[in-house]
Design a protein around this ligand. Structure first.
Ligand code: BGC
Length: 767
């Protein structure tokens, strides 16, 4: 039995396990595969030929070869030693050369080719902003471009499976992994993840979509039982997956650590066989999360196709035990064939089979790729407050003071398996002393200096930095400056949830002190989601920069000076206080603390993927009313609503035209009524009934439009019926009830710039 966590194992790596990273830091004179344009997917959606080819291959395979494909190795632990020279990474599955089946080389993930705790010394990659920032762009094209870019880097580094596509909905604003995901709305998240995956796979490599499903908090993620009505789950988290799978066509789906309604996600018949494979007719393969497998027969029969990083499970369920179960007939040969066929279908349909990755690392055009990261950061930054039009900053400013968050050298990133070692390195890295992420995450800054970027844009000004550790000294430095910029930071990571959403390290006092000394105080927040802002009324301007990636400093500076108009919109609701959210704190903290106490008392049994935490339920009584829908249902006014974001210009909507019947189409005009060019994101909200009988406005369409001053654009949005339907388990399927529906066009959730109604026919759709 393996009694060590994945995290401890990675820590072992750091302690000096021998790692060879063949040719990774070298520059072979070949450029990375060019990104294709949006729309040109490498995979043919449901290509019958991929299916036929997979079938033909299965027929040629020996039993041993089939068994080889259904379990993957975690390289640091694999015994016998890894059969080929593997690059240290998340995992691999040896190929079958005689049939041209490639070795699968897996790497994380959505923000760039990850290299946690620098397990591959010196191997850098381009770091996109956090996925939540990409979601905030509301621009599917940027999601595609980011995916295409990181997919190209993965291929150039000889990886062919990118564990990307994180799309768990933000149910709780404090979830440690929110930064890796795409916000709280199924339509926005589903559209964005689909484009991201399409971009990754345009490089003829495999992308996952993950974590299927309801891995909505990190506390006790490997043991908790997420409980929710199945119809409500279809209308929320599963809808995001469904839309993402339809448009992105990922070759693989990664099942989650947690249980869903009583069964682990990776052995959950309802989730894997019924919803994914039967209802959605998904043809690719289900791979487990790392250490998420708990059985052999049950997992295989209930839909798991491949055990990833098998050494991390409590037992190696898909190795010898699996072979024995097949031989004894407890797992039918037909099921093994199905598992293998699905893996091969994904490998063929993504284009990987016909376009193997290079044998050694290729040169990457990092300069071009940095531009992709910068565009996403610039469009994802959200201007939350701009009283008295303090921004954009005049280039004639004489004195600007930057305070805190290491803004002299870099910008913060989120931690965990998604951590990219970015081009330029990590100017600040703070090791953790405790917590579940301690052994595989460090608080890491990317080398993109806001200070330098601001100096470059205001060459005539004195631009200085103080570290903010002493609020009094910071206030003194801010006094008399044309502008004081406080950089606030809140680090988030995989494997841990914060117990409080307040800014750490006395930063609230710092902001109050600086705001007291200088009326022109702007706060730039680097965080994976909302933080508590007790000072919100005392500062005139706030910029939500998320974790802005390796060009974050430049992006922030461009927004501040108006070189770029802010056009990001919040993909999640920002609460006034934590008691406004459905769950003020992560559930399971008591169980977590009990395990920690036993561990510090020397209890040696507190190991394994569970970390010694006893299973506990997490109920989601809000059902499909996630995020802004919850606030609407409870009649609560958040601090900043979903969809909100200011610009340096203004937009007006007019001429609403609604066409109902079988398909809702809504058209209207958007006019830039301000004096500067800018981008707007008009949003259509439709009041719909959910399976639970609640009714709330649902985002039913959005579009990003760029307009010159005075320019008008006609926008027409056609609504996918499932977004406004209720899911009926008895039907089973989607039902749009006939009748009148109220709708609004707004700048954010709850806004009603234009109001109308539509008469819709009864429409049903298959699950
Ligand atoms: C994470 C996944 C990741 C995998 C491989 C797991 O702990 O939950 O998102 O892809 O590790 O690193």
């Amino acid at each position: 039995m393996i009694s060590a966590t994945k995290t401890a194992l990675i820590a072992g790596l750091m302690a000096g396990a021998s790692l060879s990273a063949p040719a990774l830091a070298q520059n072979a004179p070949v450029r990375s595969a060019p990104a294709q344009s949006a729309g040109a997917s490498a995979s043919a959606a449901t290509s019958p030929s991929s299916q036929a080819r997979a079938d033909a291959l299965v027929k040629q395979m020996t039993l041993e070869e089939k068994l080889q494909l259904v379990h993957g190795f975690f390289p640091p632990l694999a015994k016998p030693a890894v059969p080929i020279a593997m690059i240290p990474s998340a995992g691999h599955i040896p190929g079958i050369p005689r049939l041209g089946i490639p070795t699968l080389r897996e790497s994380d993930a959505s923000l760039g080719v990850a290299n946690q705790i620098e397990q591959r010394k010196g191997d850098v990659a381009t770091a996109l902003p956090a996925s939540i920032a990409t979601a905030a762009t509301f621009n599917p094209k940027l999601a595609y471009e980011g995916g295409a870019m990181i997919g190209a880097e993965a291929r150039a580094k000889t990886f062919n499976v990118l564990l990307a596509g994180g799309v768990n909905l933000t149910r709780d604003p404090w979830n440690g992994r929110n930064f890796e995901y795409l916000g709280e709305d199924p339509l926005l998240a589903g559209v964005m993840v689909g484009q991201h995956i399409k971009g990754v796979q345009s490089n003829h490599i495999v992308s996952t979509i993950k974590h299927f499903a309801l891995n909505s908090q990190e506390t006790g993620r490997t043991v908790l039982d997420a409980r929710i009505g199945t119809a409500e789950l279809r209308e929320s988290d599963l809808l995001a997956f469904q839309l993402g799978i339809e448009s992105g066509n990922p070759a693989s789906v990664m099942c989650a650590y947690n249980k869903v309604n009583g069964d682990y996600a990776c052995e959950n018949d309802w989730l894997l066989n019924k919803v994914l494979k039967q209802d959605w007719a998904y043809k690719g393969w289900v791979m487990s999360d790392w250490g998420a497998v708990h059985s052999t027969e049950k997992a295989a029969i209930n839909g798991l196709d491949q055990d990833s990083g098998q050494e991390l499970d409590d037992q190696m369920f898909f190795d010898a035990k699996f072979a024995e179960a097949v031989t004894a007939g407890r797992i039918p040969m037909a099921r093994l064939d199905d598992m293998v066929r699905r893996i091969l279908f994904g490998v063929i349909d993504s284009g990987l089979m016909d376009n193997p990755v290079p044998e050694s690392a290729q040169q990457i055009d990092y300069a071009a790729h940095a531009e992709v990261a910068q565009r996403a950061a610039e469009e994802g930054i959200v201007l939350l407050k701009n009283q008295g039009d303090l921004l954009p900053l005049a280039r004639t400013a004489k004195k600007i003071v930057l305070i805190g968050a290491h803004a002299d050298v870099g910008v913060l990133s989120g931690g965990g398996s998604s951590q990219v070692r970015s081009v330029g390195g990590a100017p600040v890295e703070i090791p953790l002393t405790k917590g579940a992420a301690a052994s595989f995450a460090r608080i890491t800054w990317h080398a993109s200096s806001p200070l330098k970027a601001i100096q470059a844009l205001a060459p005539g000004a004195s631009v200085t930095y103080v570290d903010g550790s002493d609020p009094k000294a910071a206030a003194a430095a801010a006094k008399g400056a044309d502008m004081a910029l406080v950089f606030a930071w809140a680090w988030r990571t995989e494997a841990q949830d914060p117990e409080s959403m307040a800014l750490p390290d006395n930063q609230d006092a710092l902001i109050e002190a600086v705001a007291g000394a200088n009326k022109k105080t702007l706060v730039v927040v680097e965080a994976g989601g909302p933080v508590l802002m007790p000072w919100v009324s005392r500062v005139p301007a706030i910029l939500q920069a998320w974790y802005p990636g390796q060009r974050g400093g430049e992006a922030i500076a461009n927004i501040l000076f108006g070189a770029v108009d802010p056009s990001g919109r919040l993909p999640m609701t920002f609460p006034v206080g934590i008691d406004q959210a459905p769950r003020p704190q992560p559930l399971g903290l008591a169980e977590l603390h009990a395990a920690e106490a036993r561990r510090s008392a020397g209890d040696k049994t507190v190991y394994g993927m569970s970390g010694g935490v006893a299973s506990f339920p997490v109920d989601y009584p809000e059902g499909a009313d996630v995020g802004y829908r919850w606030y609407a249902a409870k009649n609560e006014k958040p601090l900043f609503p979903f969809g909100f974001g200011l610009t340096y210009t203004s937009f007006r909507y007019a001429n609403l035209k609604v066409s109902g019947g079988a398909r809702l189409t809504v058209a209207f005009d958007v006019t830039n009524s301000g004096k500067r060019e800018g981008a707007d994101v008009p949003q259509l909200y439709v009041e719909a009934k959910s399976a639970a009988g609640t009714s709330a406005y649902r985002l039913a369409g959005f579009e990003k439009v760029w307009l010159k001053p005075g320019e008008t654009r006609h926008v027409s949005l056609t609504v996918d019926p499932r977004v406004i339907a209720r899911f009926d388990n008895a039907a089973p399927g989607w039902i749009v009830d006939a009748g009148a529906y109220r709708l609004r066009i707004g700048h954010f959730a709850g806004d009603a710039a234009l109001e109308g109604a539509a008469n819709l026919d009864r429409v049903t759709a298959r699950p």
